[in-house]
Design a protein around this ligand. Structure first.
Ligand code: PLP
Length: 405
């Protein structure tokens, strides 16, 4: 049993103080702890000013809070702060790479490799890049347990034409934890740049970016107990320095004249306009929240819940669970279908007893096509969940079987 198991963490989340809510949709968006809300309130109530531009006390305090958050976020994943760029979300971070690095480096005859496991935000930008540049989009497939076939990756890398490999760290639809460090090693061996979508990984496991050695790593604040409207792109300095800016405007320049514009230093070069200041500060507080719990403890707790859920779900005779059946190989979610009912009907019935789960294609249609389903029902676990929540899920699924059976 994990160290978090007996901690009444749900009380840290104001929204979970509502009666009758069993929240198991953190893979879509997590709940927000009081400390994150307080940090954002504190900015609005006591330090409201814009960042970087003014010298009066409020603005200086705002800048200190904003840059302090960046420093802590960067340290949390072991990456330099000046190569840690605030974006709106993971989607914008991935598009930044696709537009800025991609348009400058990818052309006809090149291959861009992604995988069947990807969320659309790590698939559609590469599809668009290939359509617009004439490069070839390739997709590494998965086996029946939704595990990537690395032989396919090797075969593609051996062509010597792969410019970029885009892979998720943890799948939001199947739960698969990908061997990202090994993928980076192989891709680098073939001279390819690697972009990792860490949206599902950063909230649930210790991530050391220096060790992973990917060239770009994107994630999103609202899945790590942070606010909406804030995401992160970590990038390798040499690549970021060589890339053109993504958006033009204020703050991202050192000088502007009609003849010439000089770009700002990192990270300003990629942060045009007024940033989401309160949200960045909130994400800093969210990182403090998980760091205080300890990422190893969080992983142990959520792995335990996932293993327990896999055991208990096996009670249902007509269930098919997507993804690896070994909890060590998967993140903290279970996505499944029941023969007797549509995923949306299941989610609706569960919702009527307060069990909040997600139904749909989870923005992973290539994966749904691989398994011949239009949708699944997904329960995902976070620090506040307990085994009792999993029991509530399984009880509610028994009710579904009674209704449809
Ligand atoms: C694996 C993965 N990547 C990317 C995203 C996109 O996150 P955002 O919508 O915050 O950009 C999600 C969100 O569901 C996700 O699960």
């Amino acid at each position: 049993m994990s160290t978090l198991a007996d901690t009444p963490l749900a009380t840290d989340f104001p929204c979970l103080r509502r009666e009758g809510i069993v929240y198991m949709d953190s893979a879509a968006t997590s709940q927000t702890p009081q400390s994150v809300i307080a940090a954002m309130d504190d900015y609005y109530e006591s330090h409201r000013g814009t960042v970087h531009r003014s010298v009066y006390a409020l603005a200086a305090e705002a800048t200190e809070l904003f840059e302090g958050a960046r420093d802590r976020i960067a340290a949390f994943v072991n990456w330099p702060a000046n190569c840690t760029i605030f974006t709106k979300n993971a989607t914008e971070a991935l598009n930044l790479v696709a537009y800025s690095w991609g348009r400058a480096n990818v052309g006809p005859g090149d291959r861009v490799v992604t995988t069947q496991l990807e969320h659309h935000s790590n698939f559609v930008p590469w599809h668009m890049l290939c359509q617009q540049t004439g490069a070839q989009l390739e997709m590494v497939e998965v086996d029946d347990e939704a595990v990537l076939d690395l032989d396919q990756l090797d075969a593609l890398l051996q062509t010597g034409t792969v410019k970029l490999v885009a892979v998720g760290h943890v799948s939001n639809a199947a739960g698969t934890i990908n061997p990202v460090q090994e993928i980076v090693r192989r891709a680098h061996g073939a001279g390819a740049v690697v972009v990792v979508d860490g949206s599902q990984a950063v909230p649930q496991m210790a991530v050391d970016l220096a060790e992973l050695d990917a060239d770009f790593y994107a994630w999103t604040g609202h899945k790590l107990y942070g606010p909406t409207g804030i995401g992160i792109l970590h990038g390798r300095k040499a690549l970021l320095d060589a890339m053109p800016p993504f958006l033009g405007g204020g703050h991202m320049i050192t000088s502007v004249s009609v003849d010439e514009i000089r770009w700002g230093q990192l990270p300003a070069k990629f942060e045009a306009g007024t940033s989401n200041i309160a949200e960045a500060i909130g994400l800093g507080a969210a990182v403090d929240f998980v760091a205080a719990l300890g990422m190893e403890s969080i992983r142990a707790h959520e792995r335990d819940l996932c293993a327990y859920a896999l055991d208990r779900l096996a009670e249902l005779p007509d269930i098919t669970v997507m993804g690896p059946l070994d909890a060590d190989l998967r993140g903290a979610l279970v996505a499944f279908t029941l023969d007797i009912a549509h995923p949306h009907d299941i989610a609706e019935i569960l919702g009527s007893s307060g069990v909040c789960v997600r139904a749909g294609h989870h923005c992973a249609q290539p994966l749904m096509q691989r398994f011949g389903v239009a949708a699944t029902t997904r329960a995902s676990f976070a620090v506040h969940n307990t085994r009792a929540d999993v029991d509530a899920l399984v009880d509610a699924l028994h009710d579904v079987r009674k209704i449809f059976g």
